[in-house]
Design a protein around this ligand. Structure first.
Ligand code: FAD
Length: 501
């Protein structure tokens, strides 16, 4: 049943103890709610309404410190379905190597192996409406096989969700499941604690006084910036914020830096293979997705590489020939770039990379001094994108360039900014910059000194407070996070079930 908090009578919510309250109806919150037993009374709180509303969205505004980033008010959406209302649909599970211990000197990684998430892969694919990986048609095989000979890189295919909009996909269930109450305009604003439990939670609609509810368990599924921001706004009776024993609440904010790492020119036989492939496949399916193979190449840094070849037919058009002319000299290329305000990528296509960032405590979500309309301090994001991140991109791009040349596939030209060994990155809008992936800020670990939540997502030190979503990731790999978010939420539903019945 879907209702609005402001339409409820006083006392209508307060007079009972809910077995489970979930705050946040995005991918994580909806997956969790939908995967619990049908007859379990669950309250799903959604701060926004059914559609975009500037007043609700404004609660997401915040400051950017550190490396420039997307405005916080734009990099997520605050209404039913959350950021699934504007995600792009790229899906891939983490690799087995992402669960290995990180290099020494870094914080510990996943407290379990990939086999802990694998049982949820099929269900996650179904929820995200992912097609099976298609078999390559014979005409495209020569193009695919070109890359099979690269010594350090292997196939790392993505699957594409339509993209699934969670509010629409689960509309019937959210409306019809009688034990599930979905409350819109219901903003979680505070928690009261009694010993090691959340005793009450406070929920309010805009312009109304908060209401106090009781729950046996509460899951925060409000997104990778909002989960830590909300917790940082709370104080335990003994002082300090929940889960912050090790000082890591909001810390370790990690993204996937996204950059164009070079432009390539294909050898004649590779160009022929591409032309054939384009007759059999749509342009998107012609892109090759590659990643370093396990071993030395992978240890040099996790990165997803997209070999994006343009339509060879375009090179014979007026625009194609003009571009070739402008690309022939550095000065003419620079002139065009300065006039257009964006890079002119020359050649037959570009190599794009999305890399893993090691989790760094100093890269973090903090509280700013401004307060939002609901009385919570706004977030400040201090994202650290630094020299080591650039070193990884350069190292892997150079390795790819060498192997493309050695295998007689293509020549890769790296952009000048990438060749310079410093911490300078090009600023968007010329480049993609990152993926809007907000990870690591309530990382899981068995040890409360290096994690905010335990391996089940329970906030350390509190028996009935849980977190869901990518803020739990203690290592991010290079794959986009949503597939893993859904797997984790399905896993959480399984272990929460017996605790709540
Ligand atoms: C432009 C864009 C493209 C993307 N493309 C991809 C992609 O291709 N592949 C991929 O894997 N990922 C992608 N992502 C990331 C992906 O969308 C997110 O990782 C994912 O949606 C996060 O889901 P979530 O449920 O954890 O959080 P959210 O979707 O942020 O949901 C949180 C929910 O909590 C609600 N909420 C917040 N505060 C409160 C409160 N106080 N009380 C009650 N409710 C509250 C919000 O309204 C929202 O509905 C993209 C993101 C963006 C912005």
């Amino acid at each position: 049943m879907i209702r609005r908090l402001r339409d409820l009578r006083p006392g209508e919510l307060e007079g009972r103890e809910w077995p489970l309250v979930i705050a946040g109806a995005g991918m994580a919150g909806i997956t969790l709610a939908a995967s619990l037993p049908e007859d379990l009374p669950v309250l799903l709180l959604e701060g926004g309404g059914e559609h975009y509303d500037p007043r609700s969205q404004d609660v997401y505004a915040g400051r950017i410190d550190g490396h420039p980033y997307f405005p916080l008010v734009q990099t997520r959406l605050r209404f039913l379905g959350g950021s699934s209302n504007h995600w792009a649909g790229w899906c891939r599970p983490l690799d087995a190597e992402d669960f290995d211990a990180p290099p020494s000197g870094e914080l510990p990684g996943w407290p379990f192996g990939i086999q802990e998430l694998e049982p949820w892969a099929e269900k996650a694919s179904e929820i995200l409406e992912l097609p099976a990986l298609a078999e390559t048609p014979p005409a495209a095989r020569a193009w695919e096989e070109l890359f099979a000979g690269l010594p350090s890189f292997g196939n790392a295919p993505f699957r594409f969700s339509p993209p699934t909009r969670f509010a629409a996909r689960f509309a019937d269930l959210l409306r019809d499941r009688s034990a599930l109450q979905v409350l819109l305009g219901a903003n979680l604003v505070g928690l009261d604690f009694e010993r090691s439990r959340v005793s009450h939670l406070r929920v309010r609609a805009f312009g109304q006084a908060p209401r106090k509810l009781k729950a046996r368990a509460l899951v925060l599924a409000m997104g990778g910036i909002e989960n830590p921001r909300f917790l940082l706004n709370q104080s335990l009776p003994a002082g300090g914020a929940p889960g912050d024993q090790g000082g890591l609440l909001g810390a370790c904010f990690s993204e996937h830096p996204h950059f164009v790492l070079g432009a390539f020119v294909l050898e004649d036989h590779a160009l022929r293979a591409l032309r054939q492939a384009r007759q059999a496949l749509d342009p998107l399916a012609c892109h090759r997705y590659l990643a370093p193979l396990p071993g030395e190449a992978r240890q040099a840094g996790a990165i997803g590489l997209r070999f994006e070849a343009w339509d060879p037919a375009n090179s014979d058009t007026f625009r194609g020939r003009l571009k070739r002319l402008l690309c022939a000299r550095d000065w003419s290329r620079d002139l065009v770039e300065n006039l257009r305000g964006e890079a002119l990528h020359c050649g037959d296509g570009v190599l794009k990379g999305a890399a893993e960032q090691p989790q760094r405590p100093q890269s973090r979500v903090r509280l700013g001094s401004e307060v939002d309309e609901l009385g919570l301090r706004r977030p400040t994001l201090d994202w650290k994108l630094q020299r080591e991140d650039k070193d990884l991109l350069r190292r892997q791009a150079l390795r790819m360039g060498q192997e493309l040349a050695l295998c007689g596939i293509a020549r890769l030209r790296l952009p000048e900014w990438l060749l310079e060994e410093d911490d300078h990155f090009p600023l968007f809008p010329q480049e993609e910059l990152a993926g809007h992936h907000h990870m690591g800020t309530t990382r899981i670990s068995q040890d409360p000194m290096v994690g905010v939540c335990d391996p089940q997502g329970r906030v350390h030190g509190l028996d009935n407070l849980f977190v869901a979503g990518s803020s739990l990731f203690p290592r991010c790999g290079y794959a986009n996070p949503s597939f893993t978010i859904v797997q984790l939420a399905l896993r959480q539903a399984q272990f929460l079930r017996p605790c709540l019945l």
